[in-house]
Design a protein around this ligand. Sequence first.
Ligand SMILES: Nc1ncnc2c1ncn2[C@@H]1O[C@H](COP(=O)(O)OP(=O)(O)OP(=O)(O)O)[C@@H](O)[C@H]1O
Length: 288
Amino acid sequence: MTGAAETEHARQHATETTTRQKQEVCANVLEAYGLTVRQGGRTIWREASFTIHTGEFVCALGPNGAGKTTLLRLVLGLMSPAQGEIRVLGAQPRRGNPLIGYVPQRRTLDAHLRVCARDFVMLGLDGHKWGIASPFVTQQQRQARRELVEAACEAVGATGYINRPVGQLSGGEQQRLLLAQAILGQPRLLLLDEPLASLDIRNQYAIARLVGKVTQERQMTVLLVTHDINPLLSMTQQVLYIAQKQIALGTPEEIISTERLSRLYRAPVEVMRDSRGRVLVSGLELGR
Ligand SMILES: Nc1ncnc2c1ncn2[C@@H]1O[C@H](COP(=O)(O)OP(=O)(O)OP(=O)(O)O)[C@@H](O)[C@H]1O
């Protein structure tokens, strides 16, 4: 690296560190004030106000099309609200914020994808460049990146298949790699869009436990979209429920109750709990 490039690199690093430090002291990870969101001329939800605090594990629930992914898109700065204000780590949302890790709604990775698990996870560091590292990366930095990837793979229990082509891995194994990719940059906020979808029950619980453990160890705030809260109940502190164009936030006991859900859906919804605390909701099949 030339002297000028080194100076520029150091300046950028210092600016990013200061911004990071400033945002890390923010006690509220997500703040919404009177948020209204429209898509294609339709109001998806309106006048939502809520706060997610540092370190909370929050599950977003709601019927198909209620606007759960839309909320994640707002947080990621991929769209703007029609009204109201949203603040992420004390600032306006912005695209490519390194303080946010994101696992999008799961697509099965192409069975013919030859890239090995280690390189796939590495995309979490420079995915926007398709893994083509900057020419300024030194041998030492390359080694540090490898160690970071290996630590993330270890954290999600993927070390055993780190050299295998991702296309050949099972759904549960691929989900672990997506999680490793998202935590690589040590984000403060982790967004997960239906990480349990299309996994069998055993793997749903295994991935749920893993997400809980990894995010607690790394002190991350989590906003996770799911259709089934049960595998996540033991770690969920807040539930964010989206229905009937409204958003409600509270503890699982507050939100997932017969009275509250019936009010949210303006329909008779019944919530039952079994001896192990698992919830069963009936009445939602009648429509949004
Ligand atoms: N680009 C777009 N243009 C117009 N409408 C859109 C667009 N993207 C999403 N929508 C609509 O916004 C609504 C909310 O979509 P969103 O994907 O946020 O729902 P969701 O709650 O995540 O649903 P699911 O549980 O099915 O994933 C849907 O009715 C969808 O059709």
